[in-house]
Design a protein around this ligand. Structure first.
Ligand SMILES: Cc1ncc(COP(=O)(O)O)c(C=O)c1O
Length: 348
């Protein structure tokens, strides 16, 4: 088995999940008749202290449904420039939502507060209407950085003052909660809607949750149907989601410890650039520029050691830790990176 550090999405369902999936009591969820999905949605809503929740097929679908529900065609939405919803959802905002992203470059995933305020449109005939503020916590492209509660609160206060909803892309909400040492509901208190994934560090085979007010979820259910996300005996996969929420959150600190250990090990290697202090959750980026290899060349070298990773730009590599990465995998990865760098230096 390779050491697969490409993403926490590669995690496979646990034995408990497979058993729960086999034994799930199911019904037609489009009719609201699937008891397992109904239980999952109740449990999910209570964990983020929202009135209602909706099972969606993926994080992307959850985000897009949220945008459709909050906004109108022609609106502008404020989002961080490298956020998933802007960068990695195949222009769904434009194609599906019919909205225009107004992006702000963040620092560690945080859009500067004054720039958010400045980006909110005045009611002028030339202007689109600002319809939504989107946040992402943890923030993937900044290396899994965690938006602190006081930042979330500041943005929330702005949103109230301007009567704007806030949607949180919390694909890794539980990682954020673990990193902050708080309950997820303490984060989602500063949002109107939240999407979180069951299929990443929590190891379910598929699915995400969109949560918000009852009125919001009633409307979101219609948009989900339009996007083809109304599935029938969905409890077969929803059962794994229940196990994910009940059993898998408590093990996330191990992934964070492994990411830190990996970062600290890499920081010692001549040829690698990383600031281990910045690693706050289960994602880390590092530069291989000093060793004189491109990121693509570097991941090919890693592959020859049976280690899988993703590139980020021409010189950065991304590692993501998860349930299927053990402490010895971390140690082996550090040793292999060291060897790759040492070999490269002897060749130049
Ligand atoms: C921050 C963030 N949001 C949304 C998503 C989308 O989730 P999915 O892959 O389930 O569509 C991802 C996926 O990696 C993500 O990292």
């Amino acid at each position: 088995m390779p050491i697969d550090l490409r993403s926490d999405t590669v995690t496979t369902p646990t034995e408990e999940m497979r058993n729960a999936m086999r034994d799930a009591v199911v019904g037609d969820d489009v009719y609201g008749d699937d008891p397992t999905i109904n239980e999952l949605e109740r449990l999910a809503a209570s964990m983020v202290e929202k009135e209602a929740a909706l099972f969606v097929t993926s994080g992307t679908q959850g985000n897009q449904v949220a945008v459709l529900t909050h906004t109108h065609r022609g609106d502008e939405i404020i989002a961080e420039a490298t956020s998933h919803i802007v960068h990695h959802e195949t222009a769904g905002l434009a194609v599906i939502g019919g909205v225009q992203p107004r992006t702000i470059q963040g620092v560690n995933g945080q859009m500067p507060i004054d720039e958010i305020v400045a980006a909110i449109r005045e009611p002028d005939v030339h202007n689109p209407r600002t319809g939504l503020i989107c946040l992402e916590n943890t923030h993937g492209d900044s290396g899994g950085r965690i938006l602190p509660l006081n930042y979330m609160k500041d943005v929330y206060e702005i949103s109230r003052a301007h009567h704007l909803p806030i949607h949180l892309d919390g694909a890794r909400l539980f990682n954020a909660a673990v990193g902050l040492g708080v309950q997820p509901k303490e984060i989602t208190a500063y949002t109107d809607s939240v999407q979180f994934c069951l299929s990443k560090g929590l190891s379910a085979p598929m699915g995400s949750i969109l949560a918000g007010s009852k009125e919001f979820i009633d409307q979101a259910r219609k948009w989900r149907k339009m996007l083809g996300g109304g599935t029938r005996q969905a409890g077969v996969v929803g059962a794994a989601g229940i196990v994910a929420l009940n059993d898998m959150v408590s093990r996330l600190p191990e992934d964070h410890r492994h990411a830190k250990q990996l970062a600290e090990g890499l920081a010692q290697i001549d040829g690698i650039e990383i600031n281990a202090i910045e690693v706050e959750s289960n994602i880390l980026f590092f530069s291989v520029a000093p060793v004189g290899l491109s990121s693509t060349e570097f991941i090919e070298r890693l592959k020859s050691y049976d280690i899988l990773a993703n590139t980020y730009g021409s010189s950065q590599i991304r590692f993501v830790t998860h349930r299927e990465i053990e402490t010895e995998d971390i140690e082996r990865t550090i040793a292999c990176v060291k060897e790759i760098c040492a070999n490269e230096r002897t060749h130049v």
